[in-house]
Design a protein around this ligand. Sequence first.
Ligand SMILES: NC(=O)C1=CN([C@@H]2O[C@H](COP(=O)(O)OP(=O)(O)OC[C@H]3O[C@@H](n4cnc5c(N)ncnc54)[C@H](O)[C@@H]3O)[C@@H](O)[C@H]2O)C=CC1
Ligand SMILES: O=C(O)C1=N[C@H](C(=O)O)C[C@H](O)C1
Length: 258
Amino acid sequence: MKKINLAISGCLGRMGKQLIKSSKSNNNFKLVALTESKPLNKKIAGIKLSQNTDQTFENTDVIIDFTVPKCTLEILKIASKLKKKVVIGTTGFSQKEENSIKKYSKQISILKAGNMSLGVNLLMYLTEIASKSLNDEYLSKIFEAHHKHKKDYPSGTALMLGKGIANGKDKKFYSVIGKKFLNKKNFPYGEKINFNSIRKGEVVGEHEVLFSSGKEIIKLNHEAFDRALYSDGALSAAIWLRTKKPGLYSMRDLLNFK
Ligand SMILES: NC(=O)C1=CN([C@@H]2O[C@H](COP(=O)(O)OP(=O)(O)OC[C@H]3O[C@@H](n4cnc5c(N)ncnc54)[C@H](O)[C@@H]3O)[C@@H](O)[C@H]2O)C=CC1
Ligand SMILES: O=C(O)C1=N[C@H](C(=O)O)C[C@H](O)C1
């Protein structure tokens, strides 16, 4: 089968570097473009780094984006004009930006996931089942820990897990979001879902969903140790997206966790 011409944005970032490494050892891909936020006279894997322009992406089949929301929207504007497919791993979007992504997905195929790992998407599915199975005596809260460089909180994964709790109760997610704590030693359960985000060291990613009745606590936990987890998921998404018509897809569509 013809190789997928791949572009990676944010190529000097933690995920960008991981994606270059993982794509170079994956025969399904030919790396054709690498972008960064400013002009750099630098080559990686024989490819001259550039910025996000029509010309940069002209020869691309799929763009994988793990950057910042502003960059993602910049890429989607170009991708929708050139009819390119996009895998979005970036997190920290506002509601307005989420709505823009939805609008672009009417024109092009987009797979967007706050966490590209099989484990977290399975955890979200298990969270939905737990939330559906437990009565309203059980309150819930979500804990997450990441490296000290991470700017957004709660993490995209924590928000996914919160959505899993809401889905289990057949409620709108935004109606059940509680308090968002940062670097608290302890944090309370509430009538809504409270979040606590710890930023320390070089933690790759840890998430825990807790359900408590006061008489017992049920904990669902995921720990990531290697960013290859995410790049492998993103590359699988790029392959899966190849045959998909315009629309907004998630890893749950790819993994078939219904
Ligand atoms: N969905 C998932 O499975 C995962 C998502 N992430 C998310 O990916 C994003 C990036 O994470 P990291 O790689 O750790 O961050 P990072 O800060 O190490 O890398 C981001 C890169 O994007 C670049 N960038 C910013 N604006 C740009 C522009 N206009 N054009 C091109 N490049 C631009 C930056 O210069 C930087 O090199 C975060 O939102 C994070 O939450 C991270 C890991 C897994
Ligand atoms: O910034 C990170 O590192 C990660 N971000 C994603 C998130 O916001 O959930 C996914 C993963 O947890 C790593």
